[in-house]
Write a new protein. Structure first.
Length: 312
C-alpha cells in the first residue's frame, strides 16, 4: 500500500458557485473557521491539545486564535465511488475499483464513525448518480455498494463538484467527502480546475482512496492521477491514500479505519481573519503549525493539516 502519510495499516460549475449552501468557512469578514487534523510522525491522530499548541498565519501574517474545539461531533459524509470500467491489454472490461475490498473498507469506516453521522452514496462513470440519499443507517449504504456494477467512461470532475454541492446540504457543520477512484477523467463536461476551485471555496474536507493498477500500460498515468488526487485532498485539509487492484481487503480496511479516526479527531479552530478589501475575491494562503512538549521536556513539532487557501 502506498500512502502520502507512509502508513502501514483513505457540471454546472458556474451555477454551483452561486449556491447559498457553498460558502467560505467564515461566519463574517473577521473570522475564519478551520478544521484541523493533527497527527504524530507515524500518522496517528492526536487529541487533547489546547489553543496554546497552535499557531496560524494567513498570507504569512500571524492570526489571533479566537476559539478551539476538539469535540467529537457528528459529520455529514458523502462517498463518491468510481464505477467506470477500464480496458486492459486483452480488451476485457474490468472494474476500476475492486468492489469487495472497497465494500469491506467502507464497512470498517461506518463501524468506527460517530453514531450520529449521516451519509450519502454517489457513483460516477459516464454519468453521476445519487444511489443513496442522506441516511443515518450504515446498512443502507452497504446495500447500495453490494448492488454496484462497473462499466463505461469516467466523469470525475463532474462527480467531485456534484458531491460538494450535495454534502453542503447536510445537517452537520463537519462535512467530508471520501472519493474512491483511479483519478482518471475521460468524460466530464467540466475541467479539473472547476472541481478544485469549488472545493477550495467550501469548507469540505476530501479524502481520496486512489486505486492504482498493478502493471500500468503507461507508467506516467499513475503519477499524473496521484497528482490530481493529492491536489484535491491536500488543498482541503484531507489526504490521499493509495492501493493497487491486487491489495487485500485488510489493506482497504486499514485505510478506511484511519480516515474514520481522523474525521472524529478533527479540531475546529476559529481565527481572526483579514477583512475583505472589496472588489474581486482574493485567494489567501493558510499555514498552520502545531507543537507540544514531549515527555523529555523538549518542544516537538507535530504534523497538521487544514485547508490551504480560502477566498475573501
Amino acid at each position: 500500500m502506498k500512502s502520502k502519510s507512509i502508513l502501514r495499516f483513505v457540471f454546472l460549475p458556474a451555477s454551483l458557485l452561486l449556491l447559498p449552501g457553498i460558502l467560505p468557512a467564515f461566519q463574517n469578514t473577521n473570522s475564519l473557521v478551520l478544521r484541523v487534523t493533527v497527527s504524530d510522525k507515524q500518522g496517528f491522530p492526536i487529541n487533547g491539545l489546547g489553543a496554546e499548541n497552535f499557531s496560524v498565519s494567513v498570507d504569512d501574517q500571524p492570526q489571533k486564535i479566537l476559539s478551539l474545539s476538539a469535540q467529537d461531533s457528528p459529520a455529514s459524509v458523502g462517498f463518491l465511488i468510481d464505477v467506470s470500467g477500464s480496458q486492459p491489454i486483452n480488451k476485457t472490461t474490468t472494474a476500476v475499483v475492486p468492489r469487495d475490498p472497497c465494500r469491506q473498507g467502507i464497512a470498517r469506516f461506518l463501524d468506527l464513525s460517530h453514531r450520529e453521522n449521516e451519509y450519502f452514496l454517489m457513483t460516477f462513470n459516464s454519468e453521476v448518480q445519487l444511489r443513496q440519499d442522506w441516511t443515518s443507517d450504515p446498512q443502507a449504504i452497504l446495500q447500495k455498494v453490494d448492488s454496484l456494477t462497473f462499466n463505461k467512461r469516467t466523469s470525475l470532475n463532474d462527480a467531485v463538484q456534484l458531491g460538494i454541492k450535495k454534502v453542503t446540504t447536510g445537517r452537520n457543520s463537519k462535512r467530508v467527502l471520501v472519493l474512491i477512484t483511479n483519478g482518471l477523467d475521460t468524460n466530464s463536461r467540466s475541467e479539473f480546475v472547476d472541481a478544485r476551485d469549488l472545493l477550495r471555496e467550501s469548507d469540505v474536507v476530501l479524502y481520496a482512496v486512489g486505486i492504482l493498477p498493478v502493471q500500468p500500460r503507461d507508467w506516467s498515468l499513475p503519477i499524473e492521477t496521484q497528482a490530481v488526487l493529492d491536489e484535491l485532498s491536500e488543498g482541503s485539509g484531507g489526504r490521499s491514500h493509495y492501493v493497487t487492484t491486487a491489495d487485500s481487503s485488510r489493506v482497504f480496511k486499514e485505510i478506511f479505519e484511519l480516515i474514520a479516526l481522523e474525521v472524529r479527531a478533527q479540531y475546529q479552530l476559529a481565527i481572526a481573519s483579514p477583512s475583505s478589501t472589496g472588489g474581486k475575491a482574493k485567494w489567501h494562503k493558510v499555514k498552520i503549525k502545531v507543537t507540544r512538549t514531549n515527555p523529555k521536556g523538549k518542544l516537538e513539532q507535530l504534523q497538521a493539516r487544514t485547508r490551504q487557501t480560502y477566498p475573501n
